[in-house]
Design a protein around this ligand. Structure first.
Ligand SMILES: [Zn+2]
Length: 272
C-alpha cells in the first residue's frame, strides 16, 4: 500500500511539474510576443494585419503565439507546412478575434493542402442520402479541424480588398459553431441583442437571395445564398475586406458585425 501511494504521489508530482513547466514556457512565449522575423513574415503574408489599430497589436501578437501553441498544422498531399504558412493562417484567424475576447476553444488542428482539394459531400433528400465528390478551397468541421488550400489562403491574404478570404470564411464558421450550431447565429458580444441580430441578418439574407436569384449585382459573395450560415461567413469576409462598401450599403449588417467583433475596419488605414 505504501509503495502504491508513493507511486501515485510521484506520478502526481511529475504531472504537476510537467504542466507547470508547460504553462511557464507558454507564458514566457506569450510575453516575448513575436520575434522581429516572425513579425515581418506576418506583415508580409497578411497585408491587412498592418492596418490593425496600434492599441490592439500586442494582444493580436499574443493570440498568434497562443494559436501556434494550441493548433497542430498538418500538411496534406505531400505539402510541407512552413513557418510562413503557419504564421499566415494564424494571423488571419486571429485578426477576426483581435478585440472580441472570443477564442477558438475547440480547434486543435488545421489541415493544409497545396491547392484546391477534393472532398466527399453528403446530400440529404428525405430518407435518401447520396454522396458526391466536390472540389473545395476550404472546409470547417464542427469543433475543428479547419481544412485549407494554401494557394487560396495566400491569394486571399494577398488581395485584402476583393471581398474573398478563405481563412476568414472558414474561421467565421468556427466562431459560429462555438454556439453549438453552425447556423449563422453565433454567441454574440456581451449586451448585444440576439433578436436584433436575427432581424438584421434575416432581412439582409432575404435581400441577398432575391438579388442572386434575379442575377443582380450583390454586395456579398453570391455563395452566401447557400444558407444563413454561408451568408454569415461571406458577410464576415466582406466586413473585413470591403468594410466601407458594407458600412455604406448595408449599415445594419455592418453595425452588428462591428459590435460582434468589437472592430471598425472601415476606419482602418488602408494597407499598401
Ligand atoms: Zn462556408
Amino acid at each position: 500500500m505504501t509503495t502504491f501511494l508513493l507511486f501515485v504521489l510521484i506520478l502526481v508530482a511529475a504531472f504537476a511539474s510537467w504542466s507547470f513547466a508547460r504553462q511557464k514556457a507558454r507564458q514566457l512565449r506569450r510575453e516575448a510576443g513575436l520575434s522581429d522575423a516572425e513579425r515581418a513574415i506576418v506583415a508580409d503574408q497578411v497585408p491587412l494585419s498592418r492596418a490593425l489599430p496600434a492599441p490592439l497589436r500586442a494582444g493580436f501578437e499574443a493570440q498568434i503565439t497562443d494559436f501556434l501553441d494550441q493548433v497542430d498544422f498538418i500538411g496534406c498531399d505531400g505539402l510541407e507546412v512552413t513557418e510562413e504558412m503557419r504564421l499566415s493562417i494564424a494571423a488571419q484567424a486571429c485578426l477576426l478575434v483581435a478585440n472580441s475576447g472570443t477564442w477558438y476553444d475547440t480547434l486543435r488542428s488545421v489541415l493544409v493542402y497545396p491547392g484546391a482539394f477534393r472532398s466527399r459531400m453528403k446530400d440529404h433528400n428525405g430518407y435518401v442520402v447520396t454522396e458526391r465528390m466536390t472540389v473545395r478551397t476550404g472546409e470547417s468541421w464542427s469543433r475543428g479541424p479547419v481544412v485549407l488550400s494554401w494557394a487560396d489562403t495566400q491569394a486571399g491574404a494577398d488581395r485584402p480588398h476583393d471581398g474573398h478570404n478563405v481563412v476568414f470564411h472558414e474561421f467565421a464558421h468556427q466562431l459560429d459553431d462555438l454556439s453549438g450550431a453552425t447556423d449563422g447565429m453565433p454567441d454574440l458580444a456581451p449586451g448585444q441583442d440576439p433578436a436584433e441580430w436575427r432581424h438584421v441578418f434575416e432581412e439582409a439574407y432575404a435581400q441577398h437571395l432575391y438579388r442572386v436569384e434575379n442575377h443582380r449585382k450583390t454586395l456579398f459573395d453570391p455563395y452566401g445564398a447557400e444558407g444563413p450560415q454561408e451568408f454569415f461567413a461571406v458577410a464576415v469576409e466582406a466586413f473585413f475586406e470591403t468594410p466601407e462598401r458594407i458600412r455604406d450599403h448595408a449599415p445594419e449588417v455592418y453595425a452588428q458585425l462591428s459590435r460582434f467583433f468589437a472592430l471598425d475596419p472601415a476606419e482602418w488605414a488602408q494597407p499598401r
